[in-house]
Write a protein of this length. Structure first.
Length: 364
């Protein structure tokens, strides 16, 4: 006999974790308010104030004390959920309790932990390898945030294409700018400095561009300087034309996007990448590494350089900054139109649909 309400667990422990956090914050309310015939059990982190995002008291919550990507979380989650009849467990990232007896739906943003050689977390790499190999043989379906991520999952873990649906991320209208092209002197990067982000290449290239004395390089994001080589650390700390800003409000960040001449994203590996779309919607030209996912998301609207190639990066920076023949207004028009394709309402509605289908009785 079917129950009127189905129990849906949502893992919200990464709601303040960089890109995954943006994803959760952007669609969680819509899912909680619009998913029909569902009772929610929310996995939460004691250190986070969830009431900034929604009314936590309106839902059943379960505090998980174990770290993410740990063996202990596998035990704790299953133990604490044993009192519920779980119909679906949705994790907005690829971590899930392998011994939980329920349908499972995962959103996979990328497989950087596993695939990128610069990532040195061997335990996370092993953890992801085990989880993805379990997915092949279990009643587990995946949402991939790009076709590139879906292709990477299939290629590296031989998971059936039928188990993976692509639902693109969105972009907030807060980044929308109605101003014309800003020809001032700021070159901008936004993001963290994990090794695959390739900030060392950007800093090195900046020191080699033409008329460098006319420009400033702003690096906005939380950096762990232990990840940099000594040369990069010294340049950032000693070069007065390079400004590092660790923490910044969204409104202030929007101002930096609005007032920058060029946004550069030199990453070697991404599953989607929010900052280039934020810059594009803000009316700032974007120069990206020519990796597959950047070309998938941005098409012909962006400028590109050869990934991990400093000569190519220097050349393209000089071209964008100095080539008066470029029709920058048309480029920005193309950027804005492309960025508008990615919206959270579409992402939310497609995610709600797939969760709803998994909660129905006809899923086997």
């Amino acid at each position: 006999m079917s129950r009127k309400y189905k129990n849906c667990v949502i893992d919200l422990r990464m709601i303040e974790h960089s890109g995954i956090g943006v994803y959760i914050q952007s669609i969680c309310n819509e899912i909680l308010q619009n998913l029909k015939n569902a009772k929610f059990i929310l996995l939460v982190d004691k250190k986070i104030n969830y009431n900034k995002y929604f009314n936590l008291d309106a839902y059943q919550s379960v505090v998980i004390y174990s770290p993410i990507y740990s063996i202990s979380e596998q035990i704790e989650i299953v133990y604490k959920l044993r009192v519920y009849q779980i119909d679906l467990y949705w994790s907005p990232h690829y971590v899930f309790p392998i011994f939980l007896n329920s349908k499972i739906l995962l959103t996979v943003h990328d497989i950087c932990h596993y695939i990128d050689s610069s990532f040195r977390g061997i335990l996370k790499k092993l953890y992801s390898f085990i989880l993805f190999n379990i997915i092949k043989f279990r009643l587990i379906d995946l949402i991939a945030v790009s076709l590139f991520t879906k292709t990477e999952i299939i290629k590296n873990f031989n998971i059936s294409s039928n188990k993976i649906k692509v639902i693109y991320n969105g972009i907030d209208n807060i980044w929308m700018n109605t101003k014309n092209y800003n020809s001032n002197n700021i070159i901008l990067y936004v993001g963290n400095n994990k090794r695959h982000k390739n900030i060392e290449l950007l800093v090195d290239a900046y020191t080699k561009i033409e008329a460098r004395e006319n420009y400033l390089l702003y690096l906005i994001g939380s950096f762990d300087f232990n990840l940099f080589n000594k040369k990069t650390t010294d340049i950032i700390k000693e070069d007065k034309s390079i400004k590092h800003i660790s923490f910044i409000s969204r409104n202030k960040l929007a101002e930096y996007y609005d007032n920058s001449r060029l946004f550069i994203f030199p990453s070697r590996y991404e599953g989607f990448g929010f900052p280039p779309l934020e810059a594009a919607l803000s009316g700032c030209p974007i120069l990206l590494s020519d990796i597959d996912v950047m070309k998938e998301i941005h098409g012909h609207s962006a400028f590109y350089f050869k990934s991990n190639n400093i000569d190519s990066l220097v050349e393209e920076i000089n071209n964008v900054l100095n080539d008066s023949s470029l029709d920058m207004e048309k480029k920005l028009h193309d950027l804005e139109n492309n960025a508008k394709k990615y919206n959270w309402n579409k992402c939310s509605s497609e995610t709600i649909e797939i969760i709803q289908n998994h909660l129905s009785d006809d899923i086997h």
